[in-house]
Design a protein around this ligand. Sequence first.
Ligand SMILES: O=P(O)(O)O[C@@H]1[C@@H](OP(=O)(O)O)[C@H](OP(=O)(O)O)[C@H](O)[C@H](OP(=O)(O)O)[C@H]1OP(=O)(O)O
Ligand SMILES: Nc1ncnc2c1ncn2[C@@H]1O[C@H](COP(=O)(O)OP(=O)(O)OP(=O)(O)O)[C@@H](O)[C@H]1O
Length: 470
Amino acid sequence: MQHDHSSITNIDIGTFKYWKYKGEGACNVVLTYHGPNNSKLNGRVLRVKKTNVSSTTIGTLLNGNEDQVNKDISDFKFVADKMSFILNSRYVYPGEIIRVTKEFLEQLDEHILNDRPKSRSKLRIDTNITIAFLIQDLSMFRDVSIPGHHFQSPKENFSPSLSPSPSSSFTRDQIICIEIKPKWGFLQSRSEFITNAKDVKSNTCRYCMHQYIKLQEGSISEISNYCPLDLYCNSNDNDDNNSMNIDRKKKAIKELFYHPQNNLKIYIDGELAFTGSLGGGNDLSKEESIQMIGSLFRPTLSTQSLCELVSAILSRESILSNLKSVQLYDELDIEAIYYLYCKLNQIPNTIGYQLNSQSKLDQLTNDQIREYISRFLISATVKDCSIMLSFNNNSKFNSDTIQSFKFINSLDISSNTTINFNDNNIIYYKIGIVDLDKKKESSIPNYYKTDKLIIENYQNNCNNKKQCTE
Ligand SMILES: O=P(O)(O)O[C@@H]1[C@@H](OP(=O)(O)O)[C@H](OP(=O)(O)O)[C@H](O)[C@H](OP(=O)(O)O)[C@H]1OP(=O)(O)O
Ligand SMILES: Nc1ncnc2c1ncn2[C@@H]1O[C@H](COP(=O)(O)OP(=O)(O)OP(=O)(O)O)[C@@H](O)[C@H]1O
C-alpha cells in the first residue's frame, strides 16, 4: 500500500527537551511545547502512541511500519473528515500528522518517565511508530506561554495588533481549562431487540451502573452521584423545564468536582491542577476536593460560581447535543450488534437466548450489517471522548454578577473586531473535543461481555436501584 504523503506535514519539532509531559489516557501520551519561540509549535501539543497489546498485534499482522503508517493516516482522516463533519468542525481539532524519529521517541520516553502516573507508566511510548500528531493545545489560548500575547494567533482570529500589553488585566488572569469526559448520555433501552435486562437498562444509565464495578474492583472508593444524563439534558429549551434543566447541568458539574475519577481534569495556565485518582491525581474525599478546588483559583472562584460559568458556556454551545446525537448511532444496542457481528464473521455467538424480533435481524444483508456496525463504532468513539473548555478567570465573575457577563467563543471573534481586554464583563472561551480515535470492530465481543458484567453486577449488588432521567 502507498502512503498518502500529502497528509503528512513537514514540521521540525526540535529536540525532545522542548516537550513537557502534559497528560495521558489508555493509548496516548500528550506533551506541551516548552521550547524557544516558534510560531509553528507555540500553543501546540504533541500526541504520541503508547505500546499496547493490540498495536503489537497490529504490528505483526500489518506489513510492518508501512501499513502502520497507513492505518494511522486513515485514523487521522476519520477524525479530520468524518468526526469533524458529524460533530461540527467548530469542535474538532484534528491537528497535523508529523514524522518522528525512533531516536526522538526513545529520548522522549526516558525524559518524561518520572512525570507519568505510576499506574499508567507500564506502557511506554511506542518507539517503533514513525508518526505523531501536532494539535492545538486546548487547555490554553494559543501562544499563552509568551507573556502578554494570549490572543496572538491569526488562526483564532484575534488581531495581533490588539494583543494586550503584559500589564493589562487580561494578561494577569489565569486561564482555566475544565476537561470533562462525559460518557454515555442516553438510556440503553431504545433498541427493540434488547431482551437482557430491558427493565434495568430503561431505568439506570450505563455510567451509574458501571460505578458499581469500579467500586468492586477498587479503582474508586466512593460511588459518584454524577449522572451523564444530567449533564446532557437540554438547557436551551424555551419551556418550563429550562431552569430545572440548568440546575441538573450544574448538579452534574458539581458532582464531577466532588468525584472527578477520570471524568474531570482542571488545568490552570496549561498545567494540570486537579483530577481524580483514575486521572492520575490523588484519591480525595468530597470535602478534600471542595477544599482543593477552592484553593486553586486566583482570585477566589467558588465551586458554585465555577459550576455556573461552565454550565452557562455549555448551554450556549451545541457541543453536548451534537455528542449525544452521534452517540445515538448506537441504535441496536450491543446485544443485537454482537449477534450481528457473530453472524457476519461466522463465529458462534454466546448470547444463549433469543433476542426480541430476532427474525428482523436475520433478514439484514451483510452490507446492512456492516453499516450498523460502523455506526455503532462511531457511537463508541463519542461515548469515550472528552470536552476541553478553556476560559479566562475574570476577577469580577461570581454567581451574583453572572447575568451581566457576556460569553464569547474565541472562534466568533473576527479579525477586524476590536477587543477590549480590560472589559471586566467578558469571558472569552475556547471549546473542543479530544480523543476521537476510531474504535476497533474486534472490540465488539469485549463490549458485549462488559455490558453483561455491568448489568449483572448492578442487579446483584445495588440494593437501591437508581432512576436516571433523559
Ligand atoms: O468501556 P468503558 O466505558 O469503561 O470505557 C473505557 C475507558 O474507561 P472509563 O470507563 O472511561 O474509565 C478507558 O479509560 P481509562 O483507560 O480507564 O481511563 C479507555 O478510554 C477505553 O478506551 P480503549 O478501549 O482503550 O480505546 C474505554 O473503552 P471503550 O470506550 O473502548 O469501551
Ligand atoms: N489538544 C489537546 N490539548 C490539550 N490537552 C490535550 C489535548 N489532547 C489531549 N490532551 C490531554 O491529554 C490527555 C490524554 O489524551 P487522550 O485523551 O487523547 O489520550 P488517550 O490515551 O487517547 O485517552 P483514552 O484513555 O480515552 O483512550 C487528555 O485527557 C487531555 O488532558
